[in-house]
Design a protein around this ligand. Structure first.
Ligand code: C2O
Ligand code: CU
Ligand code: CU
Length: 494
Protein backbone atom coordinates (compact mmCIF):
# COMPACT_ATOMS: atom_id res chain seq x y z
CA UNK A 1 0.00 0.00 0.00
CA UNK A 2 0.90 3.57 -0.51
CA UNK A 3 1.98 4.83 2.88
CA UNK A 4 0.70 8.19 4.08
CA UNK A 5 4.25 9.36 4.66
CA UNK A 6 5.19 8.77 1.06
CA UNK A 7 1.93 10.05 -0.29
CA UNK A 8 2.55 13.33 1.48
CA UNK A 9 6.16 13.44 0.49
CA UNK A 10 5.28 13.13 -3.14
CA UNK A 11 2.58 15.73 -2.99
CA UNK A 12 -0.17 13.24 -3.73
CA UNK A 13 -3.40 15.06 -3.15
CA UNK A 14 -6.24 15.19 -5.61
CA UNK A 15 -6.70 14.50 -9.25
CA UNK A 16 -4.84 11.24 -9.01
CA UNK A 17 -7.29 8.90 -10.57
CA UNK A 18 -8.14 9.26 -14.22
CA UNK A 19 -10.91 7.83 -16.34
CA UNK A 20 -11.39 4.57 -18.17
CA UNK A 21 -10.16 2.53 -15.22
CA UNK A 22 -6.70 2.67 -16.71
CA UNK A 23 -5.11 5.55 -14.94
CA UNK A 24 -3.96 5.05 -11.44
CA UNK A 25 -1.71 7.04 -9.18
CA UNK A 26 1.93 7.04 -10.11
CA UNK A 27 3.59 5.72 -7.03
CA UNK A 28 6.10 7.88 -5.22
CA UNK A 29 8.32 4.89 -4.34
CA UNK A 30 11.88 6.07 -4.44
CA UNK A 31 11.23 9.71 -3.80
CA UNK A 32 11.86 8.87 -0.16
CA UNK A 33 15.56 8.27 -0.38
CA UNK A 34 18.06 8.39 -3.15
CA UNK A 35 21.09 9.11 -1.03
CA UNK A 36 22.27 5.52 -0.98
CA UNK A 37 21.98 5.02 -4.71
CA UNK A 38 25.24 4.71 -6.56
CA UNK A 39 26.03 7.75 -8.67
CA UNK A 40 23.00 9.62 -7.39
CA UNK A 41 25.20 12.08 -5.58
CA UNK A 42 26.27 13.96 -8.68
CA UNK A 43 25.31 17.51 -7.85
CA UNK A 44 23.06 19.35 -10.22
CA UNK A 45 23.20 23.11 -10.52
CA UNK A 46 20.66 23.40 -7.71
CA UNK A 47 20.62 21.99 -4.23
CA UNK A 48 17.10 20.61 -3.93
CA UNK A 49 14.67 21.22 -1.15
CA UNK A 50 15.72 24.78 -0.39
CA UNK A 51 14.62 26.66 -3.48
CA UNK A 52 11.04 27.96 -3.69
CA UNK A 53 9.15 26.76 -6.78
CA UNK A 54 9.14 28.85 -9.93
CA UNK A 55 6.05 30.66 -11.17
CA UNK A 56 5.80 30.30 -14.94
CA UNK A 57 2.91 31.78 -16.93
CA UNK A 58 1.12 29.61 -19.49
CA UNK A 59 0.83 30.53 -23.18
CA UNK A 60 3.15 33.51 -22.77
CA UNK A 61 5.95 32.51 -25.16
CA UNK A 62 5.88 31.39 -28.80
CA UNK A 63 6.71 27.84 -29.84
CA UNK A 64 10.16 27.48 -31.30
CA UNK A 65 11.39 24.64 -33.47
CA UNK A 66 14.83 23.09 -32.98
CA UNK A 67 17.25 23.88 -35.82
CA UNK A 68 17.98 21.29 -38.50
CA UNK A 69 21.61 20.23 -38.33
CA UNK A 70 23.75 20.65 -41.45
CA UNK A 71 26.33 18.00 -42.29
CA UNK A 72 29.96 19.02 -41.83
CA UNK A 73 30.73 17.07 -45.00
CA UNK A 74 29.12 14.61 -47.38
CA UNK A 75 30.35 11.84 -49.63
CA UNK A 76 28.62 9.70 -52.25
CA UNK A 77 27.25 7.42 -49.53
CA UNK A 78 27.44 9.28 -46.23
CA UNK A 79 26.52 12.47 -44.41
CA UNK A 80 28.98 13.41 -41.64
CA UNK A 81 27.89 15.49 -38.67
CA UNK A 82 29.72 16.88 -35.66
CA UNK A 83 27.88 17.50 -32.43
CA UNK A 84 29.32 18.96 -29.23
CA UNK A 85 27.63 18.15 -25.96
CA UNK A 86 27.89 21.19 -23.75
CA UNK A 87 26.09 23.16 -21.08
CA UNK A 88 24.03 26.13 -22.21
CA UNK A 89 21.58 28.62 -20.75
CA UNK A 90 18.00 29.17 -21.80
CA UNK A 91 15.12 31.22 -20.43
CA UNK A 92 12.20 29.21 -19.09
CA UNK A 93 11.40 30.95 -15.80
CA UNK A 94 10.94 34.66 -16.63
CA UNK A 95 13.95 36.75 -15.65
CA UNK A 96 16.28 33.78 -15.12
CA UNK A 97 18.62 31.58 -17.12
CA UNK A 98 18.30 27.82 -16.77
CA UNK A 99 21.42 25.71 -17.10
CA UNK A 100 20.72 22.83 -19.49
CA UNK A 101 22.68 20.01 -21.11
CA UNK A 102 22.63 20.27 -24.87
CA UNK A 103 23.67 18.82 -28.17
CA UNK A 104 25.34 21.79 -29.89
CA UNK A 105 23.98 24.39 -27.49
CA UNK A 106 20.36 23.81 -28.48
CA UNK A 107 17.59 22.79 -26.02
CA UNK A 108 16.30 20.38 -27.27
CA UNK A 109 19.11 19.47 -29.63
CA UNK A 110 19.16 20.03 -33.39
CA UNK A 111 17.20 17.70 -35.65
CA UNK A 112 19.08 15.35 -37.97
CA UNK A 113 17.33 14.56 -41.23
CA UNK A 114 18.38 11.22 -42.68
CA UNK A 115 17.46 9.37 -45.86
CA UNK A 116 16.82 5.67 -46.35
CA UNK A 117 20.04 3.74 -47.04
CA UNK A 118 22.18 6.85 -46.91
CA UNK A 119 24.62 6.48 -44.04
CA UNK A 120 24.93 9.04 -41.27
CA UNK A 121 28.06 9.33 -39.15
CA UNK A 122 27.85 11.59 -36.10
CA UNK A 123 30.98 12.59 -34.27
CA UNK A 124 29.89 13.30 -30.71
CA UNK A 125 32.24 15.40 -28.58
CA UNK A 126 31.65 15.32 -24.83
CA UNK A 127 32.32 18.72 -23.28
CA UNK A 128 29.83 18.17 -20.46
CA UNK A 129 32.07 17.08 -17.62
CA UNK A 130 30.05 13.91 -17.04
CA UNK A 131 30.17 10.55 -18.88
CA UNK A 132 27.60 10.16 -21.65
CA UNK A 133 26.41 7.58 -24.13
CA UNK A 134 24.50 8.59 -27.25
CA UNK A 135 21.63 6.31 -28.25
CA UNK A 136 19.52 6.44 -31.43
CA UNK A 137 16.15 5.35 -30.07
CA UNK A 138 14.24 3.19 -32.56
CA UNK A 139 17.26 2.86 -34.81
CA UNK A 140 18.39 -0.46 -36.20
CA UNK A 141 22.14 0.00 -35.72
CA UNK A 142 25.20 -2.18 -35.08
CA UNK A 143 26.04 -2.75 -31.42
CA UNK A 144 29.10 -0.50 -31.37
CA UNK A 145 26.99 2.49 -32.47
CA UNK A 146 23.97 1.69 -30.29
CA UNK A 147 25.05 3.90 -27.40
CA UNK A 148 24.39 1.24 -24.81
CA UNK A 149 24.65 2.06 -21.08
CA UNK A 150 28.26 0.94 -20.59
CA UNK A 151 29.63 2.24 -23.86
CA UNK A 152 30.55 5.65 -22.50
CA UNK A 153 32.27 8.74 -23.80
CA UNK A 154 34.36 10.11 -20.94
CA UNK A 155 34.41 13.86 -20.26
CA UNK A 156 36.64 15.47 -22.87
CA UNK A 157 36.34 12.44 -25.15
CA UNK A 158 34.65 11.93 -28.50
CA UNK A 159 33.44 9.08 -30.66
CA UNK A 160 31.77 8.38 -33.97
CA UNK A 161 28.37 6.76 -34.24
CA UNK A 162 27.43 5.19 -37.58
CA UNK A 163 23.78 4.88 -38.55
CA UNK A 164 23.02 2.78 -41.67
CA UNK A 165 19.40 4.01 -42.00
CA UNK A 166 18.40 0.68 -43.43
CA UNK A 167 14.83 0.75 -42.12
CA UNK A 168 11.50 2.37 -43.03
CA UNK A 169 10.72 6.06 -42.64
CA UNK A 170 10.39 6.90 -38.95
CA UNK A 171 10.44 9.63 -36.35
CA UNK A 172 13.44 8.50 -34.28
CA UNK A 173 15.23 10.35 -31.53
CA UNK A 174 18.62 10.65 -29.92
CA UNK A 175 19.10 10.72 -26.18
CA UNK A 176 21.66 10.01 -23.50
CA UNK A 177 22.00 6.46 -22.17
CA UNK A 178 24.91 6.58 -19.69
CA UNK A 179 24.25 3.88 -17.12
CA UNK A 180 22.59 5.26 -14.01
CA UNK A 181 22.97 8.80 -15.31
CA UNK A 182 20.68 8.75 -18.34
CA UNK A 183 17.69 9.78 -16.30
CA UNK A 184 19.28 12.99 -15.09
CA UNK A 185 21.19 13.65 -18.32
CA UNK A 186 18.03 13.45 -20.42
CA UNK A 187 16.09 15.48 -17.85
CA UNK A 188 18.70 18.22 -18.14
CA UNK A 189 18.26 18.28 -21.90
CA UNK A 190 20.13 15.62 -23.91
CA UNK A 191 17.39 15.00 -26.48
CA UNK A 192 17.23 15.45 -30.27
CA UNK A 193 14.97 14.34 -33.07
CA UNK A 194 16.24 12.16 -35.92
CA UNK A 195 13.85 12.04 -38.89
CA UNK A 196 14.39 9.20 -41.32
CA UNK A 197 12.64 9.71 -44.64
CA UNK A 198 12.19 7.23 -47.50
CA UNK A 199 10.79 7.31 -51.05
CA UNK A 200 7.40 6.08 -49.95
CA UNK A 201 7.01 8.90 -47.45
CA UNK A 202 8.32 11.41 -49.95
CA UNK A 203 5.74 10.29 -52.53
CA UNK A 204 2.81 11.05 -50.22
CA UNK A 205 1.12 14.48 -50.32
CA UNK A 206 1.39 14.98 -46.54
CA UNK A 207 1.93 18.45 -45.07
CA UNK A 208 5.61 19.36 -45.44
CA UNK A 209 8.12 22.15 -45.00
CA UNK A 210 7.02 24.71 -42.41
CA UNK A 211 3.81 22.68 -41.96
CA UNK A 212 5.74 19.61 -40.70
CA UNK A 213 6.50 20.55 -37.10
CA UNK A 214 8.18 18.59 -34.30
CA UNK A 215 6.62 18.76 -30.84
CA UNK A 216 8.95 17.39 -28.19
CA UNK A 217 6.90 17.17 -25.00
CA UNK A 218 8.28 16.77 -21.52
CA UNK A 219 7.78 17.89 -17.97
CA UNK A 220 10.15 19.44 -15.47
CA UNK A 221 10.40 21.01 -12.06
CA UNK A 222 11.97 24.44 -11.71
CA UNK A 223 13.08 26.50 -8.75
CA UNK A 224 12.39 30.23 -8.54
CA UNK A 225 16.07 30.70 -9.41
CA UNK A 226 15.27 29.16 -12.79
CA UNK A 227 17.19 25.92 -12.28
CA UNK A 228 15.88 22.48 -13.13
CA UNK A 229 15.44 20.40 -10.00
CA UNK A 230 16.24 16.75 -10.53
CA UNK A 231 15.23 14.16 -7.97
CA UNK A 232 14.86 10.50 -8.85
CA UNK A 233 11.25 9.51 -9.47
CA UNK A 234 9.92 12.97 -8.72
CA UNK A 235 7.24 12.97 -11.42
CA UNK A 236 4.39 14.29 -9.27
CA UNK A 237 6.32 17.46 -8.47
CA UNK A 238 7.35 18.08 -12.08
CA UNK A 239 4.63 20.61 -12.71
CA UNK A 240 5.92 22.44 -15.79
CA UNK A 241 5.22 21.26 -19.33
CA UNK A 242 7.79 22.12 -21.99
CA UNK A 243 7.23 21.86 -25.73
CA UNK A 244 10.45 22.11 -27.73
CA UNK A 245 12.03 23.47 -24.55
CA UNK A 246 9.53 26.29 -23.97
CA UNK A 247 6.96 26.34 -21.17
CA UNK A 248 3.35 25.94 -22.40
CA UNK A 249 4.01 27.87 -25.63
CA UNK A 250 1.48 29.20 -28.09
CA UNK A 251 1.83 28.44 -31.78
CA UNK A 252 0.37 30.72 -34.45
CA UNK A 253 -0.97 28.49 -37.19
CA UNK A 254 -2.59 28.98 -40.58
CA UNK A 255 -6.07 27.60 -41.18
CA UNK A 256 -4.82 24.49 -43.00
CA UNK A 257 -3.39 21.03 -42.28
CA UNK A 258 -0.21 20.57 -40.26
CA UNK A 259 1.78 17.44 -39.56
CA UNK A 260 3.11 17.22 -36.01
CA UNK A 261 5.84 14.77 -34.98
CA UNK A 262 5.10 14.30 -31.32
CA UNK A 263 7.71 12.76 -29.02
CA UNK A 264 7.16 12.16 -25.35
CA UNK A 265 10.63 13.00 -24.08
CA UNK A 266 9.65 12.97 -20.38
CA UNK A 267 11.45 10.87 -17.82
CA UNK A 268 8.26 9.45 -16.33
CA UNK A 269 5.19 11.39 -17.42
CA UNK A 270 2.60 9.69 -19.59
CA UNK A 271 0.63 12.07 -21.79
CA UNK A 272 -2.98 11.56 -22.83
CA UNK A 273 -3.41 14.20 -25.52
CA UNK A 274 -6.67 15.75 -26.66
CA UNK A 275 -7.88 18.99 -28.25
CA UNK A 276 -9.77 21.40 -25.99
CA UNK A 277 -12.85 21.32 -28.26
CA UNK A 278 -12.95 17.51 -28.11
CA UNK A 279 -12.57 17.09 -31.88
CA UNK A 280 -10.56 14.35 -33.54
CA UNK A 281 -7.23 14.60 -35.25
CA UNK A 282 -5.61 12.05 -37.53
CA UNK A 283 -2.74 9.86 -36.43
CA UNK A 284 -0.61 8.85 -39.42
CA UNK A 285 2.47 7.36 -37.78
CA UNK A 286 3.85 5.77 -34.64
CA UNK A 287 7.32 4.83 -33.37
CA UNK A 288 8.54 2.91 -36.39
CA UNK A 289 7.03 5.02 -39.17
CA UNK A 290 3.77 5.61 -41.01
CA UNK A 291 0.73 3.51 -40.16
CA UNK A 292 -0.88 1.47 -42.94
CA UNK A 293 -3.86 3.80 -42.85
CA UNK A 294 -4.81 6.97 -41.00
CA UNK A 295 -6.38 6.61 -37.57
CA UNK A 296 -8.86 9.33 -36.58
CA UNK A 297 -8.92 9.72 -32.82
CA UNK A 298 -9.78 12.30 -30.18
CA UNK A 299 -7.23 11.01 -27.70
CA UNK A 300 -3.64 9.90 -27.97
CA UNK A 301 -1.75 8.21 -25.18
CA UNK A 302 2.05 8.52 -25.28
CA UNK A 303 4.35 7.06 -22.66
CA UNK A 304 7.98 8.18 -22.36
CA UNK A 305 9.95 7.49 -25.53
CA UNK A 306 6.89 6.87 -27.74
CA UNK A 307 6.22 8.95 -30.84
CA UNK A 308 3.14 9.70 -32.88
CA UNK A 309 2.79 11.60 -36.13
CA UNK A 310 -0.55 13.37 -36.32
CA UNK A 311 -2.26 15.69 -38.78
CA UNK A 312 -4.51 18.46 -37.45
CA UNK A 313 -6.63 20.39 -39.93
CA UNK A 314 -7.10 23.95 -38.67
CA UNK A 315 -9.17 24.93 -41.72
CA UNK A 316 -12.28 23.98 -39.78
CA UNK A 317 -11.72 26.90 -37.40
CA UNK A 318 -12.40 30.59 -37.98
CA UNK A 319 -9.41 32.94 -37.82
CA UNK A 320 -9.02 34.06 -34.24
CA UNK A 321 -9.71 30.63 -32.75
CA UNK A 322 -7.59 29.53 -29.82
CA UNK A 323 -7.40 25.80 -29.34
CA UNK A 324 -5.46 24.08 -26.58
CA UNK A 325 -3.68 20.77 -26.78
CA UNK A 326 -4.61 19.32 -23.40
CA UNK A 327 -3.57 16.40 -21.22
CA UNK A 328 -6.74 15.72 -19.25
CA UNK A 329 -7.17 13.33 -16.36
CA UNK A 330 -3.53 12.48 -15.79
CA UNK A 331 -1.88 12.31 -12.35
CA UNK A 332 -0.14 15.44 -11.12
CA UNK A 333 -0.84 19.08 -10.40
CA UNK A 334 -3.54 20.84 -12.48
CA UNK A 335 -1.01 22.78 -14.61
CA UNK A 336 0.01 19.60 -16.39
CA UNK A 337 -3.47 19.41 -17.94
CA UNK A 338 -2.39 22.03 -20.53
CA UNK A 339 0.34 21.54 -23.10
CA UNK A 340 0.29 24.02 -25.98
CA UNK A 341 -2.10 26.57 -27.46
CA UNK A 342 -2.76 26.81 -31.19
CA UNK A 343 -3.80 30.30 -32.32
CA UNK A 344 -5.35 30.27 -35.78
CA UNK A 345 -4.12 33.58 -37.16
CA UNK A 346 -4.27 33.43 -40.96
CA UNK A 347 -5.25 31.51 -44.04
CA UNK A 348 -2.83 29.68 -46.32
CA UNK A 349 -3.18 27.51 -49.41
CA UNK A 350 -3.24 23.81 -48.65
CA UNK A 351 -2.33 21.35 -51.38
CA UNK A 352 -1.63 18.63 -48.78
CA UNK A 353 -3.73 15.52 -48.29
CA UNK A 354 -3.82 12.51 -46.03
CA UNK A 355 -4.20 9.52 -48.35
CA UNK A 356 -6.35 6.57 -47.30
CA UNK A 357 -3.33 4.28 -47.60
CA UNK A 358 -0.05 5.36 -46.08
CA UNK A 359 2.04 2.23 -46.36
CA UNK A 360 2.24 -1.51 -46.25
CA UNK A 361 3.67 -3.41 -43.32
CA UNK A 362 5.51 -6.66 -43.95
CA UNK A 363 3.41 -9.74 -43.24
CA UNK A 364 4.07 -10.99 -39.69
CA UNK A 365 6.36 -14.02 -39.43
CA UNK A 366 5.40 -17.13 -37.53
CA UNK A 367 6.85 -17.14 -34.03
CA UNK A 368 8.68 -20.19 -32.73
CA UNK A 369 9.74 -18.96 -29.28
CA UNK A 370 7.61 -17.55 -26.46
CA UNK A 371 8.98 -15.67 -23.49
CA UNK A 372 7.55 -13.65 -20.68
CA UNK A 373 8.81 -10.56 -18.91
CA UNK A 374 7.33 -9.31 -15.66
CA UNK A 375 7.97 -5.68 -14.77
CA UNK A 376 7.80 -4.78 -11.10
CA UNK A 377 9.21 -2.23 -8.71
CA UNK A 378 9.15 -1.80 -4.97
CA UNK A 379 6.18 0.37 -4.19
CA UNK A 380 5.81 -0.09 -0.46
CA UNK A 381 7.72 3.07 0.39
CA UNK A 382 10.94 1.30 1.42
CA UNK A 383 14.13 3.29 1.15
CA UNK A 384 16.32 2.57 -1.86
CA UNK A 385 13.44 1.08 -3.79
CA UNK A 386 14.54 -1.02 -6.74
CA UNK A 387 12.93 -2.04 -10.02
CA UNK A 388 13.06 -5.47 -11.63
CA UNK A 389 12.46 -7.46 -14.80
CA UNK A 390 11.64 -11.07 -13.93
CA UNK A 391 12.76 -10.35 -10.36
CA UNK A 392 16.23 -9.19 -11.33
CA UNK A 393 17.73 -5.72 -11.31
CA UNK A 394 20.01 -4.72 -14.17
CA UNK A 395 23.48 -6.14 -14.35
CA UNK A 396 25.39 -4.75 -17.30
CA UNK A 397 27.54 -7.88 -17.43
CA UNK A 398 24.71 -10.41 -17.37
CA UNK A 399 22.95 -11.75 -20.47
CA UNK A 400 19.32 -12.21 -19.52
CA UNK A 401 17.91 -13.39 -22.81
CA UNK A 402 19.76 -15.45 -25.42
CA UNK A 403 18.21 -15.17 -28.86
CA UNK A 404 19.05 -17.24 -31.93
CA UNK A 405 19.61 -14.93 -34.88
CA UNK A 406 16.78 -15.06 -37.42
CA UNK A 407 14.13 -16.18 -34.93
CA UNK A 408 10.69 -14.65 -34.59
CA UNK A 409 9.46 -14.59 -31.00
CA UNK A 410 6.39 -13.61 -29.02
CA UNK A 411 7.20 -11.69 -25.84
CA UNK A 412 4.47 -11.36 -23.26
CA UNK A 413 5.27 -8.36 -21.09
CA UNK A 414 3.23 -7.56 -18.01
CA UNK A 415 3.16 -4.93 -15.30
CA UNK A 416 2.87 -6.60 -11.88
CA UNK A 417 2.61 -3.34 -9.96
CA UNK A 418 -0.46 -2.00 -8.24
CA UNK A 419 0.26 1.71 -8.76
CA UNK A 420 3.26 2.29 -10.95
CA UNK A 421 2.88 2.46 -14.72
CA UNK A 422 5.73 1.15 -16.85
CA UNK A 423 6.54 0.76 -20.47
CA UNK A 424 8.80 -1.54 -22.40
CA UNK A 425 11.39 -0.66 -25.02
CA UNK A 426 13.82 -2.85 -26.93
CA UNK A 427 16.86 -1.57 -28.73
CA UNK A 428 17.58 -2.46 -32.37
CA UNK A 429 14.15 -3.83 -33.38
CA UNK A 430 10.73 -2.57 -34.33
CA UNK A 431 7.97 -4.95 -33.22
CA UNK A 432 4.24 -5.43 -33.68
CA UNK A 433 1.76 -5.39 -30.82
CA UNK A 434 -0.34 -8.54 -31.20
CA UNK A 435 -2.51 -8.13 -28.12
CA UNK A 436 -3.19 -5.78 -25.27
CA UNK A 437 -4.89 -7.45 -22.31
CA UNK A 438 -5.98 -10.37 -24.47
CA UNK A 439 -7.56 -8.22 -27.17
CA UNK A 440 -6.39 -6.83 -30.48
CA UNK A 441 -4.61 -3.52 -29.90
CA UNK A 442 -6.12 -0.17 -30.74
CA UNK A 443 -5.23 1.11 -34.26
CA UNK A 444 -2.85 3.61 -32.63
CA UNK A 445 -0.67 0.61 -31.79
CA UNK A 446 -1.20 -1.17 -35.09
CA UNK A 447 2.04 -0.06 -36.76
CA UNK A 448 5.70 -0.66 -36.06
CA UNK A 449 6.55 0.05 -32.44
CA UNK A 450 9.67 0.10 -30.29
CA UNK A 451 8.10 1.22 -27.00
CA UNK A 452 4.78 0.13 -25.51
CA UNK A 453 2.97 1.39 -22.41
CA UNK A 454 1.84 -0.83 -19.53
CA UNK A 455 -0.46 0.48 -16.82
CA UNK A 456 -0.65 -1.60 -13.64
CA UNK A 457 -2.04 -5.07 -14.30
CA UNK A 458 -1.77 -4.75 -18.07
CA UNK A 459 -0.10 -7.25 -20.37
CA UNK A 460 0.91 -6.99 -24.02
CA UNK A 461 2.04 -9.61 -26.51
CA UNK A 462 4.75 -8.44 -28.89
CA UNK A 463 5.86 -10.08 -32.12
CA UNK A 464 9.55 -9.53 -32.73
CA UNK A 465 11.87 -10.79 -35.47
CA UNK A 466 15.59 -10.71 -34.73
CA UNK A 467 17.08 -10.88 -38.20
CA UNK A 468 19.43 -7.95 -38.44
CA UNK A 469 22.59 -7.29 -36.35
CA UNK A 470 24.03 -9.78 -33.92
CA UNK A 471 25.20 -8.48 -30.57
CA UNK A 472 24.16 -7.48 -27.08
CA UNK A 473 21.42 -4.88 -26.71
CA UNK A 474 19.36 -3.75 -23.75
CA UNK A 475 15.61 -3.70 -23.18
CA UNK A 476 14.08 -1.68 -20.39
CA UNK A 477 11.32 0.41 -18.94
CA UNK A 478 11.57 3.82 -20.60
CA UNK A 479 10.40 5.69 -17.53
CA UNK A 480 14.07 6.61 -17.16
CA UNK A 481 13.86 6.78 -13.40
CA UNK A 482 12.78 3.12 -13.35
CA UNK A 483 15.57 2.11 -15.70
CA UNK A 484 18.01 3.81 -13.34
CA UNK A 485 16.46 1.80 -10.49
CA UNK A 486 17.24 -1.45 -12.31
CA UNK A 487 14.34 -2.20 -14.67
CA UNK A 488 16.59 -3.18 -17.56
CA UNK A 489 17.96 -6.39 -19.07
CA UNK A 490 20.32 -7.51 -21.83
CA UNK A 491 19.57 -9.69 -24.83
CA UNK A 492 22.24 -11.34 -26.90
CA UNK A 493 21.36 -12.05 -30.51
CA UNK A 494 23.75 -14.56 -32.09
CU1 C2O B 1 15.20 5.42 -25.70
CU2 C2O B 1 17.39 2.35 -24.23
O1 C2O B 1 16.31 3.88 -24.97
CU1 CU C 1 16.26 2.79 -27.54
CU1 CU D 1 8.72 1.53 -15.23
Amino acid sequence: MLSRRNALKAGVTTGMVGGAGLLVPYLPHAAADTSGTADAGTPGPTATGTVPPAVIPQFAVPLTVPPVLSPTSTSATTDYYTVTMQKAYTTIVPGTKTEVYTYNGSFPGPTIKARFQRRVVVKQINNLGTPVSVHLHGGNVPQDSDGSPMNLIAPGGARNYTYPNDQDNATLWIHDHAHHMESENVYRGLTSLYLLCDDLERSLPLPGGEYDVPLILRDGRFGANGQLIYELDDHLLRNTILVNGRPWPYFQVAARKYRFRILNGSNSRIFSLALSDGTSFVQIGSDGGLLEKPNATANLMLSPGERADVVIDFSRYPIGTRLVLTNPGMPGPPEIGQVLRFDVTRTAPDPSEVPDRLGELAAPQLATVNRSFVLRMDEDGRPNAAAYINDKTYDANRIDTQIAWGTTEVWTVSNANQYAPHNFHLHQVQFRVLERNGKAPDPSEGGLKDTVRLFPGEAVKLLITFDSYEGVYPYHCHLFDHGAMGMMGNMQIS
